[in-house]
Design a protein around this ligand. Structure first.
Ligand SMILES: Cc1cc2nc3c(=O)[nH]c(=O)nc-3n(C[C@H](O)[C@H](O)[C@H](O)COP(=O)(O)OP(=O)(O)OC[C@H]3O[C@@H](n4cnc5c(N)ncnc54)[C@H](O)[C@@H]3O)c2cc1C
Length: 377
């Protein structure tokens, strides 16, 4: 069948063997923890997907990356979520690395040694701004000391490196958002159970506690973001990658449901546009923003980030409607006979639980339309 061919071809080109390795396991096994999907991702060279070729990675474009994520989401929802966190952290390192900078060595190791990056921004408190972390960072000589807790943090049990947002009080007295890069084996890092849902359990989204964790100051990247929560260039780029990879992965999850409806035993729906049109259109919107990221004339500014957010919020609606119609098309006996359909529908719906939530962005988007800089709510 033609559906998902382009995405699976992209996955096979860049991460050979991963699709087959995932397809060899039942969905339930892939989605439980520990999941064999994470080892398969490493074995296929997944960690280096966005590392530049000059540093030993695959250096794929945003367009290819979103296609890969959709294909991954269609086989293993938890892996799509977990690797979104990895890839977006890698993209941030690529963006911030200058020639010869320590970030380049880290990127080269990620590609050569298959290192996995967890990305800890959330702190498990509803209503908290993702750009205003509570985790503290203070300077001690040439070192920076971190204290606090991050949850949920995907890949927490498999990570080699942790990227964490912290609030650094600097010499000028201003508190700035900074991103710390910490080897997972650093003393003071502890992983505690946090994720209680069986849905997306394979993503290992547990709590990571940091107690007097010391890092070199060159491993703490200070951004320009202060209390106003207006993202700087680095954060705007980070959110752009995040929203696109995330949306593509969750569209992949919904696509797994579409695929089941289109190949339903006993006869698929006569009119395929019902299950197809909305997810395909949503993916085209994601691809359109990904293509714009490769356009030299297109700045990675808040206008492009707003486009990415619109693609994501439209995908949330498309996923909700498509899931409902696919479950109906699959029918009651499929519902009774297997948890797969309801699992995929539930997992696909979790797109709405990632930052920035749509309701949070109502005010900031209104302000942006009225000519002010985009805040992340
Ligand atoms: C599968 C999965 C994996 C994850 N992995 C990671 C990870 O690896 N790293 C990480 O950092 N985070 C991760 N997260 C967490 C995620 O980043 C979010 O921070 C977290 O889910 C937000 O929780 P929340 O919806 O309760 O909070 P909020 O975003 O605060 O929202 C709570 C509710 O209040 C509403 N609301 C909040 N503020 C406003 C407002 N101003 N106006 C109107 N309504 C508002 C929201 O719409 C929502 O309904 C993951 C989440 C999921 C689902």
């Amino acid at each position: 069948m033609q559906f998902l061919q382009r995405e699976r071809a992209a996955l096979e080109t860049h991460l050979p063997g991963l699709d087959a390795a995932l397809a060899a396991h039942p969905l339930e096994r892939l989605e439980s923890t520990p999941s064999p999907a994470i080892g398969a991702f490493r074995a296929a060279g997944g960690p280096g997907l966005l590392v530049p070729r000059a540093l030993g990675g695959k250096g794929v474009s945003a367009l290819e990356a979103v296609r890969v994520q959709r294909a991954v989401g269609a086989r293993c929802p938890s892996l799509a979520v977990a690797t979104t966190m990895h890839h977006f952290s890698v993209a941030g390192l690529v963006r911030s690395a200058s020639p010869g900078a320590p970030e380049e060595q880290v990127l080269a190791s990620i590609a050569a040694d298959g290192l996995l990056l967890a990305s800890a921004f959330a702190e498990g408190r509803a209503g908290q701004n993702i750009l205003k972390p509570h985790i503290t960072a203070r300077r001690r000589g040439e070192r920076v000391v971190l204290n606090g807790s991050k949850m949920p943090c995907s890949l927490s049990r498999s990570m080699d490196l942790l990227t964490a947002s912290v609030l650094l009080a600097d010499e000028d007295g201003v508190e700035r958002l900074a991103v710390a890069l910490v080897p997972a084996a650093t003393p003071g890092i502890e992983v505690r159970p946090f994720w209680r849902n069986t849905v997306l359990a394979g993503a290992e989204s547990e709590e990571v506690v940091l107690t007097e964790v010391e890092v070199d100051q060159e491993m703490v990247l200070v951004t320009e973001v202060t209390a106003d929560a207006v993202p700087d260039d680095l954060n705007t780029a980070g959110f752009l990658w995040f929203e696109l990879l995330l949306t593509a992965g969750y569209l992949g999850v919904a696509s797994a449901l579409v695929e089941r409806a289109l190949t339903k035993p006993g006869g698929p729906p006569q009119d395929p546009t019902g299950p197809l049109a909305e997810v395909e259109a949503a993916m085209l919107a994601v691809e359109s923003v990904a293509r714009a990221m490769a356009d030299r004339l297109q700045p990675w500014d808040d206008g492009l980030l707003v486009a990415a957010l619109m693609a994501r919020y439209a995908a949330e609606d498309a996923i909700a409607r498509t899931s409902r119609s696919c479950l109906a098309a699959l029918g009651g006996m499929a519902f009774v006979g297997s948890t797969e359909g309801s699992y995929l529908a539930s997992a696909a719906g979790a797109l709405g639980f990632h930052p920035p939530a749509r309701a949070r962005m109502a005010g900031p988007l209104r302000e942006y339309l009225d000519g002010r800089p985009l805040r992340i709510g």
